[in-house]
Design a protein around this ligand. Structure first.
Ligand code: 9UX
Length: 72
């Protein structure tokens, strides 16, 4: 199955930052697609919830050196 979520990401200052978060997310098992927008500080993540949890996505962002914030 497939799910889409949005995450706010704090601390990105350049395009390379955004690309680096994208690459981290795409390296997570179960992530199908990830687009990180520097201007809006938002990521749109397509993932299989059977393979990866929302919390693990947040952790992947944090592990890439930036701060993930849940968007309500
Ligand atoms: Mo360049 Mo973005 O060091 O941190 S990748 S500003």
């Amino acid at each position: 199955s497939n799910q889409v979520c949005r995450v706010r990401i704090k601390g990105m200052t350049c395009t390379t930052c955004a690309n680096s978060v994208e690459t981290s997310l795409l390296g997570v098992q179960g992530v199908r697609k990830a687009q990180v927008a520097l201007a809006t500080e938002e990521a749109e993540i397509h993932y299989d919830p059977n393979l990866v949890s929302y919390n693990e996505l947040l952790k992947a962002v944090d592990d890439s050196g930036f701060e993930a914030v849940l968007i309500s």
